[in-house]
Design a protein around this ligand. Sequence first.
Ligand SMILES: [Zn+2]
Length: 374
Amino acid sequence: MRFACFRRLLLPAALLLGALILPGCRVFHHAATAVIVHKPVAPAKPRLVDLTKVQPNEAGVVPILEYHDLVKGTKVTGYQYPADAFRRDIAWLYAHNYRPVSLSDYVNAKIDCPPGTSPVILTFDDALRGQFSYTPDGKVDPDCAVGILEAFHAQHADWPLKGTFFVLTDGDPKLPPAFYQKASSQAKMQALVRDGFEIGNHTVHHKLGIRHWPDSQVQAEFAGAVANIHKLLPGYNVQTLALPFGVYPRNRKLVISGQSGGQAYHNICALLAGAGPAPSPMAAEFKPYRLPRIIPGNEKFALRYWMDYLQANKEEKYISDGDPNTFTVSVAEQGSLQTSRLKKAHLFLRTYSGTQIVSDGTTPPAAPIAAAKK
Ligand SMILES: [Zn+2]
């Protein structure tokens, strides 16, 4: 029930954002995918949670933010956003108890943030200059996204370096090299992974027409992007996909997996272009291959709008119990969860009412553990 209002808002939000984003996006967009790997390990005993201080709601929504280029100045366009506004976004999120988690951890329901905080996922599309650039003396530009995040992390150790870069490499000669500095493309990709960020698939050519393409061409597009990333990051597990413009191929199964030219791909999720907060990874509404995102800015259905909405409707927000192996919800929310996913993820389910534990989750789900995939 508590998502009813949220759901009513999503469709108009998606329509409006389509109108807002598409004209401004020089290189088009969207979707991310990855592989869930369940290792046969015994779950740790659930950590205690003080319900008099924290009322976890791990059935709540999670904002996935969608940034493009960061620029000097103050003008916000469909894909350009002031660096100073990005700084303010991060500071606001931190002050309001959001903490970044990786996209793959969210999809795999392994959200690890301190008790009482809420996860937020940062994504950056197109490998643009304002996301990661070096100054002439070889230092990280303090006004690019990576520079801003590193500086913030240095001041706030409990804001980890997490985020996903959906890159375009120079697989298409009409597109610029990754992060617009060819000599340092590889060094940047390596630095991102080393520092804790993820690299995701954003296709080779970034074309809107993918919806009309034959299966072989679609697979070449997704597999080719993986092969191009591997030229810079040999062996890297590319497991998330952002579909340019949020446009799907006619054969939607190809978003999940496929192969071309000897290169296989498998995505655990696919990201859309804007719309609103994403469901909890255990919510009945959770669809990993249709994850909505939120664009920055002050317009209706953009970041400011949704952050204000969640501040005014805190009962809809994901609030962590501080334990990535335990899923804690009030008894009222228990019925809105995908219990089969809980079992597959081998998570404890803990429920409470008021300040009293109803089920403490000490009996883990008796589901078979999925075989590890390579
Ligand atoms: Zn894009």
